[in-house]
Design a binder for this molecule. Structure first.
Ligand SMILES: [Zn+2]
Length: 394
């Protein structure tokens, strides 16, 4: 390939994913006052919880900690759990944790305890003195009060929950969210790294990537697949009678001729963004991912199957290129070449370019493909084979 266009960097690739806090570390089991006889009668649960919140928040206020609030959904789940227990005073908390984590995958922190006291006020004081109730990590308190013989008891749950990941909300408000991995179904926390322009979301549990996000020139993150817009080149490029391979080359040549390679300014505010194909065309320039998106979009619109590959080029480093399927073969189409006047570009068969071009993700309208072997810095002989690529609909 033309080395003049080889100065191409595809941005800072941030792998984002955090473990939730270790269950055992956040778990507190107080087994005091066990083996008392359960004797539940009507208790005003909302009233008890409000009183508990007042007591706990008074202590948190002394420590300059934010007040805890109620979490009606956890409160409800706690009530349902209570209904399954014969003796709340000796309830095992591990099944409660399992239930809450299953129902609320965004539960980043959870702690629970069982408290008993001869008096209501003593119980509230015990709750306020509970060490975890003075932990700044928690945002809400839910309680289930009960009677146990002559004593009062309660199961208290402290929690902090993340909302499910929402790209629009993350763009608007930032912050942390939870995401359920589409591969292994386990939940984890994510936070967009604003300094990164291209973010590959990967599961911290099974290690598999499941989404590619990229910032546009306004700094708004979009799914990589959303950069396809069905763009058709606004210039005539080939007669319909042409063979698919010749049409592919003609469209490729039109993109190379029209669009100059533009080096993204690494570290600047405006650099490294991904552009929509129509924008790259109207600007008449773009970097590797911009021009490969434009080319793949224009090829797809012309009925030629094409994808954008994101990965590694042995001469360039991080790179994006176009791959197309025409005439029964797969072709690597480098979108950052500079043509001499009258020069026609020559496509490279995928097998011949496998040493130089090492794809990690493939992007096409509505679908992302990830290497099944999990390998990086390795060529691939087939960009369409389900033996090599796993597919996620977006
Ligand atoms: Zn996973």
């Amino acid at each position: 390939m033309n080395r003049l266009s080889a100065l191409c960097l595809c941005g800072i690739f941030g792998i984002v994913g955090y473990w939730f806090v270790d269950d055992t570390r956040a778990m507190t089991v107080a087994s005091i006052f066990r083996n008392l006889v359960a004797g539940n009668t009507e208790i005003d649960q909302d009233h008890f919880q409000q009183a508990a919140l007042r007591e706990v928040n008074a202590r948190r206020s002394e420590q300059n900690l934010a007040a805890l609030k109620a979490d009606p959904q956890i409160h409800e789940a706690l009530s349902r759990f209570g209904a399954t227990q014969n003796q709340l005073a000796s309830a095992e908390l591990e099944p409660l944790f399992a239930t809450l984590q299953r129902q609320f995958p965004g539960a980043q922190y959870l702690s629970a305890t069982v408290l008993l006291d001869p008096s209501d006020t003593g119980l509230q004081s015990s709750l306020a003195e509970w060490d975890d109730a003075g932990n700044p990590q928690y945002e809400s308190l839910s309680t289930l009060a009960f009677r146990d013989g002559l004593r009062q008891g309660c199961i208290a749950v402290l929690s902090r929950r993340l909302p499910p990941f929402d790209l629009e909300a993350a763009n608007r408000d930032g912050g942390r969210y939870f995401q359920t991995c589409p591969h292994c179904q386990k939940a984890h926390a994510i936070q967009l790294d604003r300094a990164a322009q291209t973010v590959i979301l990967a599961c911290p549990d099974c290690k598999k990537p499941y989404d590619v996000l990229a910032a546009d020139p306004d700094g708004v993150f979009r799914r990589a697949t959303d950069y396809f817009e069905g763009f058709e080149l606004p210039v005539p490029v080939s007669p319909p009678s042409q063979l698919p391979v010749d049409r592919m080359i003609a469209i490729w040549a039109a993109v190379l001729t029209h669009c100059d390679y533009e080096y993204d300014h690494k570290g600047s505010d405006k650099g490294e963004a991904w552009k929509l194909p129509s924008r790259t065309w109207s600007d008449g320039r773009g970097d590797c991912e911009d021009s490969s998106l434009l080319l793949a979009d224009a090829l797809n619109s012309a009925g030629i199957e094409a994808r954008v590959a994101v990965g590694w080029n042995i001469h360039i480093g991080q790179h994006a290129w176009c791959v197309a399927r025409a005439g029964g073969r797969q072709w690597i189409l480098e979108s950052t070449l500079r043509l001499k006047p009258g020069q026609q570009p020559k496509p490279v068969a995928v097998a011949d370019g496998a040493d130089e071009y090492q794809p990690e993700q493939l992007i096409e309208p509505g679908r992302l493909h990830f290497r099944l072997d999990g390998r990086v810095r390795a060529g691939c002989p087939d960009y369409w084979s389900p033996d090599h690529w796993g597919t996620l609909a977006q």
